[in-house]
Ligand binder design. Structure first.
Ligand SMILES: O=C(O)C(=O)COP(=O)(O)O
Length: 309
């Protein structure tokens, strides 16, 4: 009997092709509602999810046949990883598939912030030609501090290597990771030396709200801030406060505490964020390019191939 995989989100079909060639049967249901999926999960040995599908303890208890969870992407914060492992469920994710996308997105955001691309473009469309107000900064000779040196952080560091910057990185769970692209330092050194701070940590109880008023207060120099990790790592109001105080010169945020637009409108900081010319926003797409769409599926299939059907 073939093992069944339920796919509850949009993924590149190459995964399905390759999984079926391995002998799995795939049910591709990218528009299925979570409640509907939970109701049938007990029939499946595998599930493929992205970031919006919650797999908590309750869901894991419902999924009596589940042997593996494939996360089409990097972040696993929507899965109760410990409980899944306790139940012997294999967890597969595919950060190798979108690390280049995230690294390039962070570079794009940074160059744009440092040179006011979005603000200047809007001004010109508005009939304003302001050269002095749009004088930019160069990356050359700046210090870029990276928090979290996994696939995403190291991809960003590698892509920075042509810019003549000093790249330093801190990772709470890794030591001895200095490579040709970044030098391992303490959090204190990040705070002391960085001109740019880029976040590449997973969302955990420890990183939830990491970048708040107090944290930003301790930076010695004004910084450009990038968040392509998880929205909850950064307190949006704290960033807006630091912009007002001149401690943050610009912020590139691919993720926000509340992802969706209607929910965003309910936030106290929503109007201030909308009005700020020093914030560059993208709708959680750093890791989601046409290229990574396929590569993520390939990586997942390759990893699936290593566990026996
Ligand atoms: O890979 C990740 O962790 C991402 O943030 C992108 O995931 P998504 O496309 O939202 O499933």
């Amino acid at each position: 009997m073939n093992k069944n995989i339920l796919i509850v989100d949009d993924i590149h079909p190459i995964f399905i092709e390759q999984a079926e060639a391995m002998g799995y049967h795939c049910d591709y249901r990218p528009t299925i509602k979570p409640e509907e999926a939970y109701a049938i999960l007990a029939d499946y040995e595998g599930i493929v999810i992205r970031s919006k599908f919650l797999v908590d303890r309750k869901v894991l208890d419902l999924s009596t046949k589940l042997e593996f969870i494939c996360r089409a992407g990097a972040g696993m914060d929507n899965i109760d990883e410990d409980y899944a492992r306790e139940k012997g469920i294999i967890l597969i994710n595919a950060p190798e598939g979108n690390m280049d996308a995230v690294g390039e997105h962070a570079i794009g955001m940074l160059l744009s912030l440092m040179n006011n691309f979005n603000r200047a473009d809007a001004e010109i469309r508005n009939g304003q030609w302001k050269r002095e107000a749009n004088r930019g900064y160069e990356l050359k000779d700046k210090t870029v501090g990276i928090i979290g040196y996994g696939f995403m952080g190291s991809s960003f560091a590698k892509k920075l290597s042509g810019f003549g910057v000093n790249v330093i990185a801190y990772d709470k769970y890794k030591t001895g990771f200095s490579d040709q692209y970044a030098r391992e330092v303490s959090m204190e050194e990040i705070v002391k030396h960085s001109d740019v701070l880029s976040l590449h940590v997973p969302l955990t109880p420890e990183t939830d709200g990491l970048v708040d008023d107090e944290y930003l207060f301790h930076f010695k120099k004004p910084i450009f801030l990038l968040n392509t990790s998880r929205g909850k790592v950064v307190k949006t109001q704290a960033v807006l406060n630091a912009i007002k105080q001149g401690k943050v010169l610009g912020a590139g945020l691919d993720v926000l505490e509340t992802e969706k637009f209607p929910a965003l409108g309910e936030q106290a900081w929503y109007e201030e964020l909308r009005q700020s010319g020093k914030v560059l926003l993208t709708p959680h797409v750093a890791g989601w390019t046409f290229d990574s769409y396929r590569r993520i599926s390939e990586v997942m299939a390759e990893k699936l191939g290593k566990i026996k059907p």
